[in-house]
Design a protein around this ligand. Structure first.
Ligand code: BGC
Length: 249
């Protein structure tokens, strides 16, 4: 049986966000809760922060399903990479670790894949045939491939190589902030990224998520692409909504 409500927890390199989600509407019920990602993002500290957001939401003792997303490759509950978090997450039984620490089952998924699920079920990719590629622009760059509505997980486009490094080190929002790049200058870097993605995968639609997507008007019109590119309908809430939706399945 599917649930009517579920909690989504979106773990990012900078913030950990959580909310209770109405699964029929794909919308948050009440406020989103946020804490900063603990410095170093080690497993025990991240678990503590997740416990904190669940307590603040008032669901720590509830039996409502919980989905947690994380900024790493997630395969069979294990985190296989660690780019913007502690190296302790590499080859780590993360899902079991959270389940033990929280004393309950969870659904565990990559953060961009969670956002992709939210957009395909309730947002910009809903009902879209062919290949939609959602990218999240934030501390790193995440990606979700949705082919005829089906998620192909762990695509990791932020790690396409550009000048010998992961392209997220050139084009993520964190780089824009560190280098104090204007939208115009940053858009030139995004152009490199999206042109490469467009050439390699010939998508039918590009969807842009992450907190910066609320300022999409500042940079999407500067990009020259053949593929339509739109902001995620659920902006920075997509991860929470997608993680919750998967937990409710
Ligand atoms: C990670 C991805 C993640 C993305 C966005 C990248 O560094 O490798 O797994 O989806 O950041 O958080």
């Amino acid at each position: 049986m599917t649930s009517a409500r579920a909690v989504g927890v979106d773990i990012g390199g900078t913030g950990i966000k959580a909310g209770l989600v109405d699964l029929a509407k794909g919308e948050l019920i009440g406020d989103r809760v946020r804490v900063a990602t603990p410095s170093g993002a080690k497993p025990q500290d991240v678990l503590g922060a997740v416990q904190e957001v669940l307590t603040t939401l008032g669901v720590a003792e509830d039996r409502v399903p919980i989905g947690i997303d994380f900024p790493a490759i997630v395969k069979n509950g294990r985190t296989l990479s660690a780019s913007n978090v502690s190296a302790d997450w590499k080859d780590f039984e993360a899902e079991k670790f959270f389940e033990k620490g929280l004393g309950r089952d969870i659904h565990f998924v990559n953060d961009a894949d969670a956002a992709g699920v939210a957009e395909v079920r309730y947002g910009a990719a809903k009902g879209k045939p062919g290949l939609t590629i959602l990218t999240t622009l934030g501390t790193g760059i995440g990606s979700a491939f949705l082919y005829n509505g089906v998620l192909v997980p762990n695509t990791e486009l932020g790690h396409l190589l550009y000048k010998g490094k992961s392209i997220e080190k050139y084009a993520a929002v964190s780089v824009k902030e560190d280098k104090e790049l204007s939208y115009k200058k940053w858009a030139k870097r995004l152009q490199v990224f999206y042109s490469l993605v467009e050439f390699l995968f010939s998508p039918d639609l590009l969807v842009v998520g992450g907190g910066i997507s609320k300022h999409a008007d500042e940079f999407l019109p500067l990009l020259k692409l053949d593929t339509p590119i739109v902001p995620a309908v659920h902006r920075n809430f997509a991860g929470i909504i997608g993680a919750a939706s998967l937990a409710g399945d």
